[in-house]
Design a protein around this ligand. Sequence first.
Ligand SMILES: Nc1ncnc2c1ncn2[C@@H]1O[C@H](COP(=O)(O)OP(=O)(O)OP(=O)(O)O)[C@@H](O)[C@H]1O
Length: 990
Amino acid sequence: MTARRAADTSDERTGSAFRAVGSGIGTLFGATANGLGKMTRSLGELGRRRNDDADDFDNFEDDDFEEEIATKPATRSSRRKARDPEPELELGDELEGAPRRGSAYVNEYGDGLALSLVGVAIVLGAAVWFGIGGPIGTFIADIVHLAVGAGAWILPLGLIGLAVALMLRYTPDREEQGRVSLGIGVIIVCMLALIHLFAGNPADWDGRKTAGGAIGAWIGAPLEMGFSVYLAVPILLLLLFWGALKTTGISIREFVEFISTFLGFGGFGHADDVEDDEDDDLYGHVDRELESRASGRTPSRSLPKPLPRRTTPPVSSVPPRAPFTPAPPAPPTRRPAASLDKYPADGVEPEKKPQEPRREASTSVFKKPEVTETNEFPAITDDDIAETPAADAVAASRESMRQAIIARSGKDPVQKPAQKPVQSAPPAPPVPVKAAAPVPPTAPAEVVSDGDSSYVLPSANLLIPGEPAKLHSETNDRMIEAITDVFREFNVDATVTGFSRGPTVTRYEIELGPGVKVSKITNLQSNIAYAVATENVRLLTPIPGKSAVGIEVPNSDREMVRLGDVLNAPATVENKDAMLIGLGKDIEGDFVSYSVQKMPHLLVAGSTGSGKSAFVNSLLVSLLTRARPEEVRLILVDPKMVELTPYEGIPHLITPIITQPKKAAAALQWLVEEMEQRYMDMKQSRVRHIKDFNRKIKSGEIQTPPGSQREYRAYPYIVCVVDELADLMMTAPKEIEESIVRITQKARAAGIHLVLATQRPSVDVVTGLIKTNVPSRLAFATSSLTDSRVILDQGGAEKLIGMGDALFIPQGAGKPQRIQGAFVTDEEIQAVVETAKAQREPEYTEGVTEDKAAESKKIDADIGNDLEDLLEAVELVVTSQMGSTSMLQRKLRIGFAKAGRLMDLMETRGVVGPSEGSKAREVLVKPEELETILWMLKGADPADAPKEESWNDRSDVDAGSGDDAGAPDVANSGDAPTTVVRADPSRGVF
Ligand SMILES: Nc1ncnc2c1ncn2[C@@H]1O[C@H](COP(=O)(O)OP(=O)(O)OP(=O)(O)O)[C@@H](O)[C@H]1O
């Protein structure tokens, strides 16, 4: 079937040769020859079909489908030419195909030769048929008669036929020329010999001239002599038959089949098949469409069944054709079976198909396709391909193409992505560079504290341990193969020497051959990404501390990192830092923990769902399991209202969880004050860090000043966690920024740490000032490179793959460290929180969230709008201890009148004494009292002002007065108004 269908493409050779000869002989021998010619033409049809099949098959095998489709229209028209005996139609067909057929010689000399032949034919015809050739014509006719006898009567027509063929530039290929010429030659010779014998074997030349001529005599006479006329005639007829077969290129079997069909005998039982094949021909309608397109008609899908092609249509039944138009480019759906495979056939389970390698097609059977819903060409599946030599060849062609693809790209197109290439044995997996040993649960990480011993830290064993980490998986082997293949394909001398499997990504180590540039690998980044089928491939050139290039590829079988494992890791347990938090696992499979003290402030950013809240949970649970309430206190700001709710009521809280941005702003302001107070105390105690202060308190080196109601105690660390900074920055950007900047600039030594998280790392949220002062950054997956730059000052976060995949840059580090964040479930959080809550109630500090700015500050009416200038003037005068108006003028760049007014205001507030003419006024406030007086001038309660415990040094301290104790009194003897600044000794310190 396939062979027969395929034969449609080749034609001109057999058909046209046959036509030329067939028509000549038919005319020569009148009615007999005409009948024979008809028969031969019909036989030619058979041969043509067979050859067409062969051609189609060739095309199929070549798999050059585009080309085949492009050449189809011409091929089909040629075939029509072979099918149609009418000269007019042949002429039309030939004209369509003419430009492609002419050889160079025929193109150049064809017309001249053809006209010469016509001339000879005319001369010969005039002489032979009408006797008007004149002496030369008659002479020529005599010679021709002498050579071919009665053949001279037909020769003019033969010459004209030849001339027409030349004019049409018909040039069959060499092999066909030989075969047809031989066939025609044998036919002519046999015919002449037969005529000679039928004419009675004339011995004289006159008789021979009207019989078979010299040729007929030379063949017929010896035969007659050797075999007798009764054997010579059949021999010649057999030879003639052979010549006809040769000319038409068909076999005896096909001839017999054809005769049987022609006479209605059913032949060898295949006659019906021959007819049915027309209908079964999968590409029959394609042929018709192509023909239609070639002739300018719109192809119709609903064409009726085509007429059986073997029935030669009468001239009148052949539809007139439109002038030739080039076939439109074939749509992709016109590709033969290879591409049609994609269309599911009824009854074929689609999921089966991709799993069956195409080469198995050769064993399947070609079925009659059923109607598909696609209204496209009949769907063909692998199962539909016949077990014929043609199908085998197709399979072989596919196989060879597959091999070519494998050779070119190293990838097997019929291989399931998850499968290893069958051809080559997988390389021995490189030994993992480093692997984290499974962590056995250890004892609770109880941090010893000499605080309230009744508090027991919640054990880290309350947390769920994770699965043992995989050191190596099948995916790693596949990746190594893919990367190695890319190097091989691009001829880069590099090998994968090992890998480190992290929970989320694996880093493959590449060693370069001598003289290979690192840039060769970086240039291949997209090819590697293509080969490993992921876009998130990161290259490290080189891996820090190694002479190797790293390729980080996400694991398709990623693992979850449990906080329990991180906190129970030996390194974490050994570290007694109460503020050590479990971060996660790095790419080498090591657990990563880091102290909040060292950060000392952290900016966390990442798009929604990237794992920020999971990190905040890890941080808080880490602190709860390692720090006692008297060691670390927390301020939790949760504008989203739900994220931190589980921590409500834990004893570490300074104030209930803050959900309102305004209260958060106030809390930050409170933190600033707390920081100032701590600095005052540290300054007083002459220590530079809260750690030293606490140590000295514990060792008794620092004592509470005698007579003070305050009691020096170790300051707890304070961690303020803001879950969404953007919400705060929207409410009061200036105040929030100012507070954050003040805290982050100074609070490190005071033991106050900020953790600011945001999912909107834009410049209006993470301002330049905040960025400068928050040195540690933790970036989860961001949605853009810009966001990554805002957090990390470099790209990279946009390539993270979410769900806790993060880049961490601690303070002072240059390159980010890739980690997989630890995860802790709600149940684990609840277990830890309950344990903490069960032991102690939170002791909230009052006034943390009070909006002091909103409090009625009674700025005296006489100060009015000059408060800022007054504060500056007071600071200037108190620090310089010089009450000079001209100095104010100079330093503040104000006029005399304003400087005089500020001096009067200071006099009324007891900062300076009365005017003493040209002398500078006396300054009544000591520099150490500056803060308090500024506080007071601002209209705030002087009791809230930061205080320095300097009673010992002060002579004006009323040690006996409880309320006034510790309060820096600004007293002015004499007429000057007295301002007493009272401080609350119970505030400021926990
Ligand atoms: N470290 C992690 N390990 C495993 N899964 C994680 C991890 N971090 C986050 N996930 C997964 O991602 C989901 C979203 O995480 P999370 O709520 O922390 O994102 P987010 O950045 O806080 O988002 P949003 O800003 O919207 O609150 C979690 O529910 C969890 O399933």
